[in-house]
Design a protein around this ligand. Structure first.
Ligand SMILES: [Zn+2]
Length: 94
């Protein structure tokens, strides 16, 4: 048996419980750490644009003045996905 220690992608905590499966049959997990208050996550997102790491990269690249199409190409996601967080960082980071 392989014991895998899971870390929450949001708070990096380890108090994780299984929380059903997605429509694609992937295991969903729920974080019980205080900062997350029951947020759920998947270990293996079918679409990279949904993963918190990629969303953070989109925002990081925006800070470095990368264009929307640059970011979509580098991260292998659609320009619409890039546009979501881009609009947010325009609002909160003048
Ligand atoms: Zn968490």
């Amino acid at each position: 048996m392989i014991l895998q220690i899971l870390h929450c992608p949001h708070c990096h905590g380890t108090d994780i419980v299984r929380h059903g499966t997605t429509r694609q049959g992937k295991q969903r997990y729920r974080c019980r750490e205080q900062p997350c208050a029951g947020r759920t996550f998947l270990l293996d997102y079918s679409y990279q644009g949904q993963s918190p790491e990629v969303k953070q990269q989109i925002v990081d690249m925006a800070m470095n003045a990368s264009g929307i199409r640059d970011r979509a190409r580098v991260l292998h996601i659609s320009t619409n996905t890039v546009l979501g967080p881009y609009i947010l960082d325009r609002c909160y980071c003048p």
